[in-house]
Design a protein around this ligand. Structure first.
Ligand SMILES: C[S@@+](CC[C@H](N)C(=O)[O-])C[C@H]1O[C@@H](n2cnc3c(N)ncnc32)[C@H](O)[C@@H]1O
Length: 258
């Protein structure tokens, strides 16, 4: 690991992820965490002040970067609940099966090298009754924006510590065997659109089906599988069943699993 990754990148990530609009996104999901919590890619610990201490038994802070852990340490020491570092990547979560109540995933899925493997690990360690809370940026639904996301991505990834602009977050969750119970989207204010399309919500482990192995042939036929999903500014689905009736501005097809 070079000087840039050890010292400069943690500082840039702390600043970039510490903006007010991103803080508002954290506020929407992190306070819902409860019990034994696993935070994936805890970074500089920016989520720690957003937990509700009376709901949280402890937080495992999984973070492979030593520079990020060092940056987080003052926030870890101030946390009013125990925080235990797991110094490994999300692809190798060193916890027992079905041992955590909440997985918190904020602005990390974009960066994980093998996202499907890491999501499979998250699903493994979540209790069947557990919940995955997420707020992530990713692939925008507007072709003009997604075109630029794909063009810029190779250079962006190099500069931004492996961050990808164009990941389809809901598709990745579903492919990994999660059912998305709540999902909202919008472009983050005061942020370039190519880096600002937000997905946030709540997912739960899909119950294993006797016939279909998770993550392989779990898709429904296209006619049933597609959600007519209205964006932006905010669209919401509950139980991925097709919207809460909020007025559409424009329809896009998105999402592949109900
Ligand atoms: C953009 S930062 C976000 C940090 C934090 N989650 C937040 O919301 O501020 C992405 C984090 O993911 C971490 N990361 C990179 N690869 C990872 C992996 N394979 N598994 C888990 N975390 C990873 C990075 O070290 C970095 O701390």
């Amino acid at each position: 690991m070079g000087l840039y990754d050890r010292y400069i990148l943690p500082h840039l990530i702390d600043m970039g992820c510490g903006t007010k609009p991103i803080g508002k996104q954290r506020q929407k999901v992190v306070p819902r965490a409860q019990g034994r919590v696993l935070e994936i890619g805890m970074g500089s610990g920016l989520n720690l002040p957003f937990y509700e201490p009376e709901r949280v038994e402890m937080v495992f802070g999984l973070e492979p970067s030593e520079g990020m852990r060092r940056r987080a340490q003052p926030r870890v020491e101030q946390a009013p609940f125990p925080v235990e570092w797991l110094e490994l990547p999300g692809e190798q979560i060193p916890l027992e099966d079905a041992s955590v109540d909440t997985v918190v995933l904020t602005y990390t899925l974009c960066t994980i090298a093998d996202a499907p493997a890491a999501l499979a690990q998250m699903r493994r360690v979540l209790k069947p009754s557990g919940r995955l809370l997420f707020t992530e940026h990713g692939l925008a639904p507007d072709p003009e924006v997604s075109k630029w996301q794909r063009r810029i991505n190779p250079a962006w990834r190099l500069m931004a510590g492996g961050c990808n602009l164009d990941r389809d977050i809901p598709a990745a969750l579903r492919e990994a065997g999660f059912v998305i119970e709540e999902l909202e989207t919008m472009y983050l204010p005061s942020t370039p659109r190519f880096a600002g399309f937000q997905y946030w919500g709540l997912a739960v482990p899909k119950r294993p089906s006797r016939n279909k192995p998770i993550g392989s042939a779990s898709r429904r036929p296209a006619s049933k599988a597609r959600i007519r999903w209205h964006t932006p500014c905010i669209s919401r689905i509950r139980n991925a069943a097709g919207g809460d009736g909020s007025a559409p501005r424009r329809s896009v097809y998105f999402g592949t699993d109900a």
